[in-house]
Write a protein that binds this ligand. Structure first.
Ligand code: NAD
Length: 490
């Protein structure tokens, strides 16, 4: 439960909220319509702030600012070195506000304050610095043109990038997309998720303080079917970088196709397998599986939601996994002893509970959890099911489906038996098994004897219906660049 004394005391902590307006052309402004929407604190369900609600008219203004900054402004024209310097300064300012930003995401998204301070914000600035360092290393090629010609290619920024991101990692998602876009010389219009609009506005403010010119970063909080759709259908947006659900990814591609055929990159959902072989250290494997599904309350695209355990250690594993789940403390995310905060909002809370009921009615056996973990707020107990026959839909909550397998061939087939292909985890001491399974699973990232190891230099993206287009790594800049061939007669 989350009624411990520490949790009750910490529940009062609400950070000061400084920025609630749209950020367009370097200024905080009200929505044209004057409308606002509520963002809530998932610990209590109370309103945290009223945020200006962008609509089509506001997106038009944001895109116009980004267009002008791209077509006529300094940003794409300055040297890569100069852009990189400003981005490094931006990173320094973010670091200086780590505590405040972690608290903002904590209150807006129910994320652990401590994790925000040691993981989310530092990883975001690491990402920003990685691309700041790449801004002056964007090369074309010398072309081997036949005949009396010479040729070279240039890689130029694509223009105005629309960025649409989800609520589960408001800080990391912002920098995952915005850092390579800015380093490439693009200008951006960012629509944060309606559940978590606050930190993105703060980042826009810090970018301005760092000296990023007006119009280069615009932030338009609002809803998907209005503000989001206005970005994806806009004739002056040159590319869209999206992270979110597979369902919305499909809408975004349709909208891009119907407007100006802008390219899109989609980082979508997952139903990722974590495969544990007989030779694994059971305690280590149990800890990894707990992290894989209960970290960030299971609200992670890369969650290890399907856990396959080989028959020789299955019974021991199940017993220990249940104990581990019961020791995973649910409570106020501002309490340092808490392992898991509340689901992001009422809708997600109810959706996860519905999936749990559905699992029961389908004949799966509930071993632990399955209920709200507190009388108020959106807390859910860490939940484990066994005897799961179909585990195909992404729940996006703290629900593990544990399944038994016999052979390597069998588990490879089961692991691949979903429309998703985001990540896979493998726990084994056998190099042969690790190599074989790593190559056979159809997933964009494979973690062997580890989980959730993200690095700016490690490409991240989906296979199959988990999407396409790379995040992280130097290749993530490709979606914000286009190639021009220049051929000159000799
Ligand atoms: P969502 O798709 O509902 O929303 C994501 C964003 O899209 C939000 O900003 C939303 O306002 C916007 N949006 C909604 N409808 C839109 C429309 N018609 N046009 C344009 N924009 C629209 O997803 P969510 O519920 O916020 O996030 C959960 C999903 O995101 C899960 O499926 C999860 O797997 C996925 N996710 C994927 C990754 C990844 O890297 N692959 C990372 C995090 C989350």
């Amino acid at each position: 439960g989350c009624n411990g004394n520490g949790a009750a005391a910490a529940a009062g902590v609400v950070p000061e909220i400084k920025f609630t307006k749209l950020f367009i052309n370097g200024e905080f402004v009200d929505a044209v319509s004057g409308k606002t929407f509520e963002t809530r604190d998932p610990r209590t369900g109370a309103v945290l702030a009223h945020v200006a609600e962008a609509d089509k008219a506001d997106v038009d203004l944001g895109v116009k600012a980004a267009r002008d900054a791209f077509d006529h402004g300094k940003w794409p024209r300055m040297s890569g070195y100069e852009r990189g310097r400003l981005l490094s300064k931006f990173a320094d300012l973010v670091d200086q506000h780590t505590e405040e930003l972690a608290a903002l995401d904590g209150a807006d998204a129910g994320k652990l304050l401590l994790v925000g301070k040691v993981i989310d914000v530092p990883s975001a600035t690491q990402m920003l610095r990685y691309y700041a360092g790449a801004a002056d290393k964007i090369h074309g090629e010398v072309l081997r043109v036949s005949g009396k010609y010479q040729g070279y290619s240039l890689r130029e920024p694509v223009g105005v990038a629309g960025v649409i991101i989800p609520w589960n990692f408001p800080t990391m998602m912002f920098f995952l997309k915005v850092s390579p876009a800015l380093a490439a010389g693009c200008t951006v219009v960012v629509k944060p998720a309606e559940q978590t609009p606050l930190s993105a506005l703060y980042y826009a403010h810090l970018a301005k303080l760092a000296g990023v010119p007006d119009g280069v970063i615009n932030v338009v909080p609002g809803f998907g079917h209005t503000a989001g759709a206005a970005i994806t259908s806009h004739m002056d947006v040159d590319t869209v970088a999206f992270t979110g659900s597979t369902e919305v990814g499909r809408l975004i591609m349709e909208s891009a196709a119907r407007s100006n055929l802008k390219p899109v990159s989609l980082e979508l959902g997952g139903k990722s397998p974590l495969i544990i072989f007989d030779d694994a250290d059971v305690d280590m494997a149990v800890n990894l599986s707990r992290l894989a599904i209960f970290f960030n309350k299971g609200e992670i695209c890369a969650a290890g939601s399907r856990v396959y355990v080989q028959e020789g250690i299955y019974d021991e594993f199940v017993k220990k996994a249940v104990e581990a789940a019961q020791n995973w403390k649910v409570g106020d995310p501002f309490d340092v002893t808490t392992n898991m905060g509340p689901q992001v909002d009422k809708e997600q809370f109810e959706k996860v509970l519905k999936y749990i009921e559905h699992g029961k009615s389908e004949g799966a056996t509930l071993l632990t959890g399955g209920k709200p973990a507190a009388a108020k707020g959106y807390y859910i107990e860490p939940t484990i099911f066994v005897d799961v026959t179909i585990a195909q839909e992404e729940i996006f909550g703290p629900v593990m489906a544990l399944m038994k397998f016999k052979t390597v061939d069998e588990v490879i087939e089961k692991a691949n038996c979903t429309r998703y292909g985001l990540v896979a985890g493998i726990v084994t001491k056998s190099l042969d098994v690790a190599n074989r399974v790593s190559r056979a699973v159809r997933a964009g990232t494979v973690w062997v004897n580890c989980y959730f190891v993200f690095d700016p230099d490690a490409p991240f993206g989906g296979f199959k219906m988990s999407g396409f287009g790379q995040d992280q790594g130097l290749g993530a800049m490709d979606k914000f660049l286009q190639v021009k061939s220049v051929i000159t007669a000799l």
